[in-house]
Design a binder for this molecule. Structure first.
Ligand code: IFM
Length: 481
């Protein structure tokens, strides 16, 4: 997952058919869309606490109402059906199902996800459930959160609670979404909930997230039908050294270690990489952290690896200038999320950027997917998130034209197609996001949706990109084919 600096993006010729059984999806996450924060027995998660803390989220936005998906899910499913979307990747809110993170499930919470799932199935849309997309019950954070080993056990118990109600109707399960963000943004830079800035706790959180995944895989395998597929989604960084110098290549290695291999190492290869242990050994005692048997548990086989990709990561050696004011694309807090590699410099790629300020490099997605196919040839892959925020606004007729998003999606889908042609076993693609939603520390200002949400009225308006995506799905690929 490291390579030389990206070149220009390339728009390949327009006739790319995808495999017949390719899954065409759209994704959301509970706290970003559901709202109904205090309904049905739900209690606060770390994101409720964080967003209600002044200064943590832009404009003081919270997920209290979000896109009101909790009440409008039927309309949203109808919208997806009309667009021809084949799979919906949503997340289950832990505090809606098990408010304190311990003990029995709340029936109303389970019922919501059962209704959502049944509505999807009735509409011919495959439900794809993520167990954890960052909304840890606040009570578990009060007990120490992810840096505490016990949180991994709580997660396994929570996973078990879901299987009785949903196990017979959901075929594809994801344990965690982007554990890098949970650990490194939540406990490192503090730009995400719970907002802690503790380097050792960051690495402890990463290990316990890995362990939580492994324990949940064990529980799910035991309790789900044999046909169920189990996955984890990682936001793997496609790390590029700015130059081919030894110092820049070493910077890329260090970011790859703490951005990618801290997860892929134990999950896919059964060990933490030696260089990561050496780079971070002064921060904590890994031998005490990793108990006997942990790595066996963490590396339980999965059926699919979910890959989220948005932008490349370009780095150079320490003291080589920050290029882009040190912003690594995750918000510029006072603390670096790159635990043990805080001195590395980050740079934008040449060319256009999205409203997040993220560089656009579809080739990075191709490199990432083909690299994984080479390193783990028998592991099916799925692009579980890809998309872009732009400053969308309705025109006088109320239509929302988003040509930049169409170009972004087109070029990234073409990159996926190329990766498949080059041997990567990519089974599906989920656009992030179905609709505009709460973009974490950026609040509602950043719009990633293919569907525009007017938050004052909760009216949904499919943007041009939604209609374009519907055509791609109907055609089974890009262009006329
Ligand atoms: O909105 C997020 C999502 O929750 C996780 N992946 C990245 C998206 C865009 O920042």
């Amino acid at each position: 997952m490291t390579s030389a600096s990206p070149g220009n993006t390339r728009t390949p010729s327009l006739s790319h058919r995808f495999p017949r059984d390719f899954l065409w999806g759209a994704a959301t996450a509970a706290y970003q869309v559901e709202g109904a924060a205090a309904e049905g027995g739900r209690t606060p998660s770390i994101w409720d606490t964080f967003s209600h803390t002044p200064g943590k989220v832009a404009a003081g936005h919270t997920g209290d109402t979000a896109a009101d998906h909790y009440h409008r899910y039927r309309d949203d499913v109808r919208l997806m059906r009309d667009l021809g979307i084949g799979a919906y990747r949503f997340s289950i809110s832990w505090p809606r199902v098990q408010p304190t993170g311990r003990g029995p499930a709340v029936q109303q919470g389970l019922d919501f996800y059962r209704r959502l799932t049944d509505t999807l199935l009735d509409a011919g849309i495959e439900p794809v459930a993520t167990l954890y997309h960052w909304d840890l019950p606040q009570e578990l954070e009060d007990a120490g959160g992810w840096p505490e080993r016990a949180t991994a056990d709580r997660f396994a118990d929570y996973a078990a609670l879901l299987t009785d109600t949903l196990g017979d109707r959901i075929g594809l399960w994801t344990t965690l979404n982007e554990p890098w963000c949970s650990a490194f943004l939540g406990y490192g830079s503090g730009v995400h909930a719970p907002g802690r800035t503790e380097p050792a706790a960051t690495l402890r959180a990463a290990h316990h997230l890995n362990l939580a995944h492994g324990k949940a895989v064990g529980v799910l395998r035991e309790r789900l039908p044999a046909t169920a597929r189990i996955s984890i989604t990682l936001n793997l960084h496609q790390v590029n050294a700015r130059t081919d110098s030894a110092a820049d290549r070493d910077a890329a290695r260090r970011i790859d270690a703490v951005g990618n291999r801290v997860f892929t190492g134990p999950l896919l290869d059964g060990a933490y990489p030696e260089d990561l242990l050496a780079d971070t050994g002064q921060l904590l005692d890994w031998e005490r952290l990793v108990h006997d048997g942990d790595l066996t548990e963490i590396s339980r086989p999965i059926d699919v690896l979910g890959v989220n990709y948005y932008a490349p990561t370009i780095v150079s050696r320490p003291d080589s200038g920050t290029g882009d004011s040190g912003d690594d694309g995750h918000g510029s807090g006072a603390h670096s999320p790159w635990t043990g590699a805080e001195d590395i410099a980050f740079h934008p790629a040449a060319g256009k950027r999205t409203a997040m300020g993220w560089s656009i490099d579809p080739d990075g997605l191709h490199t990432l997917l083909t690299g994984l196919a080479r390193s783990h040839p028998r592991l099916p892959l799925m692009v579980t998130e890809n998309g872009a925020a732009f400053d969308d606004r309705p025109d006088a007729e109320g239509r929302v034209h988003d040509p930049d998003r169409i170009a972004y999606l087109h070029d990234h889908l073409a990159a996926v197609h190329r990766a498949i042609a080059d041997g990567a076993d990519v089974r599906g693609y989920f656009l992030w996001s179905l609709m505009d939603n709460f973009e974490w520390a950026y609040g509602y200002a950043k719009r990633f949706g293919a569907v525009y949400v007017d938050y004052a009225t909760q009216t949904r308006t499919p943007k041009s990109s939604a209609h374009w995506y519907a055509e791609v799905i109907a055609r089974g690929g890009l262009g006329r084919g």
